[in-house]
Design a protein around this ligand. Structure first.
Ligand code: GLC
Ligand code: CA
Length: 561
């Protein structure tokens, strides 16, 4: 496989609404992102993925776009955007835009026209169907955000499809005019100087011809028909040809239904579709799988290891992985696979970082992850904002009659708002995020967990991330981390994750304990002859791990010489 610049890059995701508020209205904005670029430069990242900042009614915080060519006033102006691109470039940081084209907002002029009459030329730009009966939608398909995927429109009596909220109607990619408009828009952004795109929900763009019912047993009815539809590869290849092939740009697709085989089809250089994808298998291990997003299942480390290892092995030399624990849709990793109690938080956050960053692929860091931010605990549903959370609460409490307390408990753990609480910059009021009233409550632990504290403490999570980023980008281990092969040891061990990376005669072994009790560790027999040299550890004494007990959440990375 050819070597590409982004093989050694690290991406940092900014959720602008929660990053930094520069004008005191309680909402993060582009001015805020610009003012924190020095911080990101210090962390050492290469690419900044910006969640959507386009004009939007904000039903889904900007993932419902009503004008792809303009910036939402609460975030700033197109001049701010241009300034961000320039200022970031000065610090060696490229901008990756979030491209949301499975759907638009229902307030996008295209949809306003489309819904205006059956004969409107834009009618076919969205997915309209007659109901199955006078009162029933076309099929039993459900949306990701609870309830039917179909909304009846009074004007014409037909239903439109929305795989997300009813304010996010799905575009009809079958229509070549739609595709041409989408490509034109992406080119317009690339011409402004962005160097990357993240393609939102891109595995859903090809819908099957027939409007058949979904399998009732599934977590979300109908998804088995909508994900990876019949023309998915054709559209992606066309988009690549028409748009990306003329630019030096990196693309990552959000594909929640991809298995490794699909991933190779999407990301192998021969396919000419995308550079990498976000897979979800490792995120579905403790929730979001068969039982649905809101039911928590205990983490079984052996399963997690086997999923991660399978992705490492099956994409090796064929496609390219993205590596992530966190984003704006996932609860915080330290509260999830780590331990957010005070005495374990720092160690477990570092351990998780090492486990992820030393695999093959391009790592993504989500704002706040680099200081070990945790899930939050809102007392009341009133404090939540996320449309997905609110829809679920309504359904569970009002329709299914589940106790409020029980529902809130599930929400505490799984809500996307866990990731969206404002960035904790300092111990000042509101974590230094805003001088006004924050749009979403700041996590009360900001007095302890914040950037100012992290920067003052040489043993903080922040500096550990910085070191991992440096190792990948610019160290004697860079080639090995990017291109070395991968092999897991102790597959069946319930508490430790151990893997070896090898390139030529260079090897590193990554040893991570996922538990708070001590566990015995012995260097695998076949590695015994090597000299062990510690290159990174999350306990200050950097003790060699040849044969000894591993401490709570300990990780040690060693070179075998
Ligand atoms: C993606 C985004 C998510 C959004 C959805 C609809 O999954 O990451 O935040 O709600 O698509 O655009
Ligand atoms: Ca603001």
């Amino acid at each position: 496989m050819d070597r590409m610049w982004w093989h050694k890059s690290v991406v940092y995701q900014v959720y602008p609404k929660s990053f930094y508020d520069s004008n005191g209205d309680g909402i993060g904005d582009l001015g805020g992102v610009i003012s924190k670029l020095d911080y990101l430069e210090m962390l050492g990242i290469d690419i900044l993925w910006l969640s959507p900042v386009y004009t939007s009614p904000m039903d889904d915080n900007g993932y419902d776009i009503s004008d792809y060519y303009a910036i939402a006033p609460q975030f700033g102006t197109i001049d701010d955007m241009d300034r961000l691109i320039v200022e970031a470039a000065k610090r060696g940081i490229a901008i990756m835009m979030d491209i949301v084209v499975n759907h638009t907002s229902d307030e996008h002029p295209w949809f306003i026209e489309s819904r205006s009459s059956i004969h409107n030329p834009k009618r076919d730009w969205y997915i309209w169907r007659d109901g199955a009966t006078a009162t029933l939608p076309p099929n039993n398909g459900e949306s990701f955000f609870t309830g039917s995927a179909w909304e009846r429109d009074e004007k014409t009596g037909q239903y439109y499809m929305h795989l997300f909220s009813k304010k996010q109607p799905d575009l009809n990619w079958k229509n070549p005019e739609v595709r041409e408009e989408v490509y034109r828009m992406i080119r317009w952004w690339l011409d402004r100087g962005i160097k990357g795109v993240r393609l939102d929900a891109i595995d859903l763009i090809s819908k099957p011809e027939k409007c058949i019912n979904g399998n009732e047993g599934n977590n979300i009815n109908g998804m088995e028909h909508w994900a990876n539809g019949p023309d998915i590869d054709t559209y992606l290849r066309e988009m690549n040809r028409e748009v990306f092939s003329s630019y030096d740009v990196v693309t990552v697709g959000e594909t929640s239904f991809a298995d490794t085989k699909r991933a190779v089809a999407f990301t192998s250089p021969e396919s000419k579709e995308m550079d990498m994808i976000f897979q979800f298998e490792h995120m579905h291990i403790d929730h979001g799988g068969e039982k649905g997003k809101w039911e928590r299942v205990p983490l079984i480390l052996v399963k997690l290891k086997s999923v991660l290892s399978r992705w490492q092995m099956e994409l090796y030399g064929k496609g390219w992985n993205s590596l992530y624990w966190c984003n704006h849709d996932q609860p915080r990793i330290v509260s999830r696979f780590g331990n957010d109690e005070s005495r374990y938080r720092v160690q477990s956050a570092k351990m998780l970082a090492a486990a992820l960053h030393l695999m093959q692929g391009t790592p993504f860091v989500y704002q706040g992850e680099e200081i070990g931010m945790t899930n939050t605990l809102f007392d009341s549903i009133e404090d939540y904002d996320d449309i997905d959370t609110l829809n679920y609460y309504k359904k569970a409490v009002c329709e299914q009659g589940i106790e409020k307390e029980e529902v809130l408990q599930k929400i505490h753990w799984a809500s996307r708002d866990n990731a969206r609480t404002p960035m904790q910059w300092s111990g000042a009021k509101n974590g230094g995020f805003t001088t006004g009233v924050p749009w979403l409550k700041v996590n009360p632990n900001y007095r302890r967990i914040n950037v100012t504290n992290a920067l003052m403490d040489k043993d903080s999570v922040f500096y550990f991330y910085r070191e991992l980023i440096r190792l990948r980008r610019n160290s004697p281990y860079s080639d090995l981390i990017a291109y070395g092969d991968y092999r897991q040891f102790y597959e069946n061990a319930e508490s430790v994750f151990v893997y070896l990376r090898t390139l030529g005669d260079k090897r590193i072994l990554v040893i991570c304990s996922f538990v708070k009790n001590e566990v015995a560790f012995t260097l695998p027999g076949e590695l015994e002859g090597y000299k062990v040299s510690v290159i990174l550890a999350n306990y200050p004494d950097k003790k060699e791990p040849v044969k000894r007990m591993l401490r709570p959440y300990e990780c040690v990375v060693v070179e075998l010489l």
